[in-house]
Design a protein around this ligand. Structure first.
Ligand code: CP
Length: 305
């Protein structure tokens, strides 16, 4: 049976450590890995828009010497004619060695994995999970802070629909000394099933509305976009879209070594003047996404050893 990645918890903490070590080696000596995937093919099946995830997967496979095929829009695939995800993945399994799939419906990647004879990677399913973004976030934190334990992490913005947030909370809840501060308007609070999980595990969290009040406490600030595509009505989106804007003035309240992460794309929630602050690492984070996806492709294809 092929091994899939649907949720960051599919990998144990020890497996993640090995993955991050491999990604660090790839960053140091990329030429050593330039032919590891010669003759292999990655299919990217994206039913929802993407820049980073799709292109970093494709860059990752090309960096490893492999090839890529796929579609970036459901409208240009036979989904537009009514083909199911199950049928599509059975066909893709005949053409490629590994597949990354993004879909607007929660659970679509699980359906694909259940019918696939090749490894399937969940590249984002609706408002549910985005495990490879989480691998990117964890590698960024580990590389720049040297550890994944003992942090106060603020998560700000759309915590209700934000799949990157849901995946990252799941993943960080396995490390020790983690405290979460959830910063959101009441309408975009983190779902109850997540806060229940944190209570069950005895993990400390706070929920606040004002970013300025907690800035001095944070080791990491994870900003997110209010996602127009997840709202049921435009009026709510317009009311909430500019609720948070991280500015230079707000950064003055933060610790000198606090990191600002953002899965991107950004709209208005981080002012461009913050980009020059050395604590703003969201573009570096996008680069780490290539190294970790290279390590992941090698691992799922059984080529990591
Ligand atoms: N972070 C992220 O998932 O970006 P894209 O939507 O551009 O892939």
């Amino acid at each position: 049976m092929p091994r899939h990645l649907m949720n960051p918890l599919d990998f144990s903490v020890e497996e993640l450590d090995r993955l991050f070590s491999l990604a660090a080696n790839i960053e140091k000596e990329p030429e050593r890995y330039a032919h590891i995937c010669d003759g292999k093919k990655l299919a990217t099946c994206f039913y929802e828009p993407s820049t980073r995830t799709r292109l970093s997967f494709e860059a990752a496979m090309l960096n490893l010497g492999g090839n890529v095929l796929g579609f970036s829009d459901a409208g240009s695939s036979s989904a537009a004619k009514g083909e199911s995800v199950s049928d599509t993945i059975r066909v893709i399994s005949c053409y490629a060695d590994i597949c990354a799939i993004r879909h607007p419906k929660e659970g679509a990647a699980y359906v694909a994995a259940s019918k696939s004879s090749i490894p399937v990677i969940n590249a984002g399913d609706g408002g549910h999970q985005h495990p490879t973004q989480t691998l990117t976030d964890l590698l960024t934190i580990k590389s720049l802070k040297g550890d994944l334990n003992n942090f106060t992490i603020g998560m700000c913005g759309d915590l209700k629909f934000g799949r990157t947030v849901h995946s990252l909370i799941n993943a960080l809840s396995r490390y020790s000394g983690i405290k979460f501060i959830f910063i959101s308007p009441v309408e975009l609070k983190v779902p109850d099933y997540i806060t229940e999980m944190l209570k069950d595990k005895g993990i400390t969290y706070e929920e606040v509305e004002k970013l300025e009040d907690v800035m001095p406490d944070l080791d990491i600030l994870y900003m997110t976009r209010v996602q127009r595509e997840r709202f049921f009505n435009e009026e709510d989106y317009v009311r909430l879209k500019n609720f948070y804007i991280l500015t230079k003035e707000k950064m003055e309240l933060a610790k000198p070594d606090m990191l600002v992460l953002h899965p991107l794309p950004r709209v208005n929630e981080i002012s461009v003047e913050v980009d020059d602050d050395p604590r703003a690492v969201y573009f570096k984070q996008a680069q780490y996404g290539v190294y970790v996806r290279m390590a992941l492709i090698m691992t799922l294809l059984g080529l990591a050893d």
